[in-house]
Write a protein that binds this ligand. Structure first.
Ligand SMILES: C[S@@+](CC[C@H](N)C(=O)[O-])C[C@H]1O[C@@H](n2cnc3c(N)ncnc32)[C@H](O)[C@@H]1O
Length: 270
């Protein structure tokens, strides 16, 4: 089994995505999506960005490695009556089947960063983008003190080390590394803009409930709790994450609103 696919099919990311819909809408609004544009949403999950892009009249293809999330995305598209949106399985490291220059915009929000072989990911994103088109990535930043960077860091600290040669997904949050990967794909430095931006995780329940959702449905956190339980450290992990979720909540005690910083990368395809 492909461990990258297994990680995301293990849980149910739709439960986490429910807390991200508003920020997804805002991000798509900021991209200037227009009627008739061809958009690829890579590592799309169940369509937090693909659905609002299609609602603005674009032709959207969502590609994701997880079969369950592709099915959930297609169910959302059908429920919303969006015949201009479809989801299919695929790997961001190898987009065979998608022709060169097919998309005006390739968007990947916390998606392609999780694929193996990052140089291939950059090459594939550039290849399928039309000349004059654009790539927008959202990537969690290593060492950042906000929510998801810390969830990933804490989860990794409790999980057995990855196999040799594994490249951490959060290296996509380092500007220099991002520039190196796109340069290798033929993009001049002036065509790349990196800036910090924020996603807000919202849920109409206390932060402990959002943490419970991560514990039950978010692959990296599920793996951490499984490993921690085996060596008697589950309570310690729970305490660390509770402190994180509660400490970062900016809403009242009965609601959750936690901002998380990411690196927004915009690449203009020459
Ligand atoms: C954190 S979720 C983000 C989902 C979505 N972009 C959103 O904003 O809700 C990461 C997504 O990337 C997908 N993914 C991970 N590795 C992938 C790969 N190699 N190719 C395509 N999708 C991948 C996962 O299945 C998952 O849906």
């Amino acid at each position: 089994m492909n461990p990258n696919k297994a990680l995301w099919e293990k849980g149910d990311f739709t439960k986490i995505a429910a807390a991200m819909r508003e920020s997804g809408e805002e991000l798509v609004e900021s991209l200037g999506v227009k009627d008739g544009m061809d958009i690829l949403d890579l590592g799309c999950g169940d369509g937090t960005t693909a659905v609002p892009a299609a609602q603005r009249g674009a032709h959207v293809l969502g590609v994701d490695i997880a079969e369950n999330l592709v099915a959930a995305g297609n169910a959302r598209a059908a429920a919303a009556g969006l015949s201009n949106l479809r989801f299919q399985e695929g790997d961001a490291s190898d987009l065979r089947g998608l022709a060169d220059g097919s998309f005006d915009l390739v968007v990947s929000i916390f998606g392609a960063m999780f694929a193996p072989r990052p140089f291939d990911v950059a090459k594939e994103m550039v290849r399928v983008t039309r000349s004059g088109g654009c790539i927008v990535m959202g990537n969690w930043i290593p060492g950042d003190p906000t929510l998801i960077a810390q969830v990933l860091k804490t989860s990794a600290a409790y999980t057995p080390p990855p196999p040799e040669g594994f490249i951490s997904p959060v290296t996509w949050g380092i500007e220099e590394t991002v520039r190196e990967r796109f340069a290798a794909a033929g993009v001049p430095a002036d065509n790349i803009v990196c800036e910090r931006a924020t996603y807000v995780f919202r849920c109409p329940a206390p932060p402990s409930e959002l943490l419970e959702t991560f514990k039950q449905y978010y692959g990296p956190t599920m793996n951490a709790f499984e490993a921690a339980s085996k060596d008697g450290r589950a309570d310690q992990l729970e305490a660390e994450l509770t402190q994180l979720f509660e400490g970062h909540n900016r809403a009242g005690a009965d609601r959750t609103e936690i901002p998380a910083t990411f690196l927004k990368v915009t690449v203009a395809k020459p």
